[in-house]
Design a protein around this ligand. Sequence first.
Ligand SMILES: [Zn+2]
Ligand SMILES: [Zn+2]
Length: 280
Amino acid sequence: MRRVLTDYHVHLRPDEPGTTAERYLTADNAERYRLVAAERGIAELGVSEHVYRFTQALDVWRHPLWVDTARDDLDAYCAFVREQTDLKLGIEADFVPGREDRMGELLAGRDWDYVIGSIHFVGDGALDYDKYDVWTSASSPDKVWRTYFELLGELALSGQFDVLAHPDLVKHWGDERPRPERDPRYFYEMAMEGIAGSGIAVEVSTAGLRKPVGRIYPDRAFLEMVIDAGNPIALSSDAHVPDQLGYAYDRALELLDDVGVRELCVFERRERRLEPIGAT
Ligand SMILES: [Zn+2]
Ligand SMILES: [Zn+2]
């Protein structure tokens, strides 16, 4: 039987301004990613550019970050991935509460292999970007964490996404920002009903190891609750350059083995199947 490692939550370029489609959304760049993935035993490789890099996203939400960032055409991106690469076609789309219909319209009619759903904002405040930092105006860490995990549950139940990305991103800054005093499982529970009810795939992301918090997303207690709920797991690095593909997968695979996960989600045209974990 085929064994598989996946990296689906992947960006073909860093988030910095000036990382244009002309320079990064190219067959040569995609090939660089494919080569590094092959070296690291990752057979299932896809890309998931941020939705807010595309002008169509401004019909959904006009957050200042999105207005600053939306430059590219979404259909040109889809055509590029399908016609000039052998990568799976994904997108990382934000769940913006109250804008589900508009995001639904954007996602519809494009032939994704998978849609990754993210929460990067609580209100207008960013969780992992200091320019619009949610913590400069946060009334209390409990409020931020509660809202964040409630939104995760809503994202799952919206039915618009195949994968729930970096599921405890709210911890991104680690000790550099306040943190609630109570047991984090109290907050995780707020997301779990929606996650369990939706059957959404939940991402284990090694990106957190590269961030101030220095930990895998999500924490083990969250992952155990997800497994108890019966949701399948998707493994990704959230790479923004080729060398980040499969980043610290040894750590992720050890965690998955420890909690009894033996299979990973594989996606094709928004159909999901499970395959045994292993490098090719
Ligand atoms: Zn993200
Ligand atoms: Zn990402």
